[in-house]
Each structure stands twice: as structure tokens, then as C-alpha cells.
Design a protein around this ligand. Structure first.
Ligand code: DAH
Length: 440
């Protein structure tokens, strides 16, 4: 059994307030958005994460994530635009309502942040599909911060931003007429554009329509999804100054069969941009179970989810995902509201590498994500990446030895070796307290 986590870096006042309410080294309650939530043995949300919940970068004027959101919103100007839903959701809403199987790895506490067993941080914007369909919205876009426990490097951060888009139609002749008209309009727009699309069949034995769907309806809806998203790719990547299509080289988009528990058929979209294929989004025809639960059983439609950081990093040439969280004026002042410009790096400060090697206690599994969360919680954005340098099991004692190499580097200033040592000491003592490791 893993030991309960002990969040050490609570702000002082809340430590004092919570000190009488600590069980097994874990505070009995966590304060989030001014509310008290009970903890339990699954609790793994860290103070570093809690501190970032209110920041909502996708709504800060002139921030690249906000500009990208408004660009997608302007493409879907006749859709409802939502961007203020709370990140706290039940696991039921994040997974069960979307037909995720019980043993799906995303549910594990090593992969997701839990406040307690009944409350978690959404891992994707799809978590709100049922709720938004239930409100009666037929076409909508939702932007939000999402949370996943992950490794640490220049393109992974435990918080990122997604946009979910969806459109549903009446599952009858009148609904299909609407789809066909829209398909015609989109085909016309795309026909005039400089775009090369590699497609896959809308429906195939390996990517089937749902048993309750008329295959013809499913086909038309999948077509609408593809036309609509090809058109979005043109808006995002096809603009002249952006480095997308030119007269000589069209924008290249490719469709790939995919699998998601909550869509069928399902697809991924990749775009060829500055010499590389980039994964842009996941999408598909919404599972009927989702629409039934949302109380709109007579509809059929599509949904997609795209990650904003990945696209913004490309469009703005932002080299490190931590920069989105920078409060340095040299970063923030570079951007103008609703304008995509190329990021001018201001300086790259030296790295400071520190290794830590330790034995884990018998019966304790220390997942790489557990290690990374300790480092993030202590070092914040001063950590650039973490690599597992080695692991082995001692043949006689059967104990596991792990070695990690941490690269400390500030984006904004030079970090002294003393400062890095100080942080490293705190990391080590957290590992000892929280996981009972023995430093080698
Ligand atoms: N929620 C998925 C993810 O985070 C992305 C996704 C896939 C969203 C398919 C959708 C969809 O709406 O239809 O990986």
C-alpha cells in the first residue's frame, strides 16, 4: 500500500488552521475555491496544483491561450461558447457517463488528481458533454483547464487546456437535410482552398457505426464532422503569415481511425506543419448512450476535443510549456490581444542537474508520476525536466533502487547552485517523509 501523501508546502496560515485536523499525516480537509473538502486515502491533489486552479489562463486577455480560444470561437461563431465550468467533477462524470470501462488506466490515482474518491479534477473537457447536451445546447464549444499526472519535460505539464466542440442534429429526415445542406456549404468553402486531405472511410469494419444508428445517418454526420474540422484546420493553420499553406505547398491534413470509449466511429486529425505531422485532436460520432443520458435520445451528432498548448506552442513558436504560466513581463508583454505573433526568446539560463538515488521500502510502489509531483510541489516551475536514470531490483534483498536526474532551470533568471541544492534537499526530505525511501 502506498503511504498517504503529506502535503508540506501549504501556505503557513492554512497549516496552522489545519494542524489539529491532520490524520495519518494528511490534512482532514482541503480548501478549494473557499470550500472545505474531506480527504481520504486516494487524495493526491497537491498544494502546487490547488494554487493554480483559479488562474484560468484561457480567459486572460492577450494570453496566447486566450487568443487561440477566441480564434476557434470565431470560427464557430454560431455555437454556444462556454468557458467557466468548475474543474471539480465526479469520477462518474469524467468517466462513467462517457462509457469508460471500470479498468480504464485513466481512472488510476497515478494518472489523475483526486480530491477524494468522489471528487477529482477533470482530465478532459469531454467530462462536460452530458451536462451541456442536457442544457439543450445543439452546437457548442467549451474551453477549460484539464489536469493529468504526468512526467516532467518541455511539452508536459500537469495542467493544460482543451476545447471541446459538439454539434447534434435531429435523428430524422429533417435533421439529415440540415446536415446535407451544411456539408454542401463546407464542401464549397474547402473546394476553393489550398488544402490536401488524406481521408479514411467514414465507417469501416474496424471503425463501425453504432448498432442503433442508421448507417446512412452515421455516414452523413461523420462527413459533417470531417468537413467542419478540415475547415477549422484551414482557419488555424492555413493563414498566410502563419507558415501554413502557400501557393506551392497546400496545407496537408490527415485523418486516422481512432478509438475513444464515447464515440464510434472515431478519428484523430493530424496536420503537416513546418516539416512535421502534428496530432491536433480526437473526434467522433457521439455514443448514443451519452445522448440518452443527457435526455436528448432523438439526436445524433459529433464531438471533438483539441489541446490548446500544443497548437499554441507551434503557432507562436513557444519552446517550453512552462512559459504559458510565466508571470514575467518579458513573456506577457510580447503578446497583443487576438494576434498570433512569433515568440522572441529572451534568454536561456543555465541548467543545474541534480541526481537522487534511493531504495523504496518493501511493499511501496513509487510511480514516476508520484516522484514528479513531489518535485513539482517543491520546485514549482523551476524544474524543467525529470528523467529516470536507472532502476533495478536487488537480487538478494528484493528491494527496488531508483535514480532520477532532475534538471532545474528557471525560465526567467539564473538559478544558483546553492538554490538548486536547497530545493533538492527539500525534495529528498519529502521523499523520505512521504514514501519512506532510503537515500543511497
Ligand atoms: N477527450 C479526449 C481526450 O482528451 C479527446 C476527444 C476525443 C474528445 C474524441 C471528443 C471526442 O469529443 O469525440 O483525449
Amino acid at each position: 500500500m502506498r503511504r498517504p501523501r503529506l502535503p508540506l508546502s501549504f501556505p503557513r496560515t492554512s497549516i496552522r488552521r489545519q494542524i489539529s485536523a491532520v490524520v495519518n499525516g494528511r490534512p482532514k480537509f482541503l480548501e478549494i475555491f473557499g470550500e472545505q473538502y474531506p480527504t481520504d486515502s486516494i487524495t493526491n491533489i497537491t498544494p502546487a496544483i490547488i494554487a493554480k486552479l483559479p488562474l484560468r489562463l484561457h480567459t486572460r486577455p492577450s494570453h496566447p491561450l486566450d487568443t487561440l480560444r477566441t480564434l476557434v470561437e470565431s470560427h464557430y461563431s454560431d455555437f454556444a461558447h462556454l468557458s467557466s465550468l468548475s474543474p471539480l467533477v465526479s469520477p462518474f462524470k469524467n468517466f462513467d457517463e462517457l462509457s469508460f470501462p471500470q479498468d480504464h488506466p485513466g481512472r488510476a490515482a497515478t494518472d489523475s488528481y483526486y480530491v477524494n474518491k468522489d471528487l477529482m479534477l477533470r482530465t478532459h473537457t469531454s467530462a462536460h458533454e452530458v451536462e451541456v447536451f442536457r442544457r439543450g445546447e445543439d452546437k457548442w464549444l467549451l474551453t477549460a483547464d484539464v489536469y493529468r499526472r504526468d512526467e516532467i519535460d518541455g511539452s508536459h505539464y500537469p495542467i493544460f487546456h482543451q476545447m471541446e466542440g459538439a454539434r447534434i442534429f435531429s435523428a430524422d429526415a429533417s435533421g439529415m437535410k440540415e446536415v446535407e445542406e451544411d456539408n454542401e456549404r463546407l464542401r464549397h468553402r474547402l473546394g476553393q482552398a489550398n488544402i490536401l486531405i488524406e481521408d479514411v472511410p467514414h465507417i469501416s469494419p474496424s471503425n463501425p457505426n453504432q448498432p442503433t444508428h442508421d448507417p446512412l445517418y452515421s455516414e452523413l454526420v461523420a462527413q459533417n464532422l470531417k468537413l467542419s474540422l478540415n475547415s477549422l484546420m484551414l482557419t488555424l493553420f492555413g493563414g498566410p503569415g502563419i507558415g501554413g499553406a502557400t501557393a506551392a505547398a497546400p496545407l496537408r491534413v490527415r485523418w486516422i481511425e481512432a478509438y475513444f470509449p464515447f464515440t464510434s466511429p472515431s478519428f484523430e486529425v493530424e496536420v503537416f506543419f513546418r516539416g512535421k505531422w502534428l496530432e491536433i485532436l480526437g473526434s467522433g460520432v457521439v455514443r448514443q448512450a451519452t445522448l440518452d443520458t443527457a435526455n436528448v435520445p432523438n439526436k445524433i451528432g459529433w464531438a471533438f476535443g483539441l489541446g490548446l498548448e500544443r497548437i499554441a506552442m507551434i503557432l507562436y513558436s513557444i519552446p517550453d510549456i512552462r512559459l504559458f504560466w510565466s508571470t514575467d513581463e518579458r513573456f506577457l508583454s510580447q503578446f497583443t490581444d487576438k494576434e498570433i505573433t512569433t515568440f522572441q526568446p529572451y534568454s536561456k539560463y543555465p541548467s543545474c542537474f541534480k541526481d537522487v538515488s534511493f531504495w523504496t521500502p518493501q511493499n511501496v510502489t513509487l510511480h514516476e508520476n508520484d516522484f514528479c509531483d513531489v518535485v513539482r510541489d517543491v520546485a514549482g516551475d523551476l524544474v524543467e525536466d525529470v528523467k529516470k536514470a536507472n532502476d533495478f531490483v536487488h537480487p538478494k534483498t528484493n528491494r527496488t533502487s531508483l535514480c532520477f536526474r532532475i534538471n532545474y532551470r528557471s525560465m526567467d533568471r539564473s538559478l544558483s547552485n546553492e538554490e538548486a541544492n536547497e530545493i533538492q534537499l527539500q525534495v529528498v526530505s519529502r521523499l523520505q517523509e512521504q514514501f519512506g525511501v532510503e537515500i543511497r
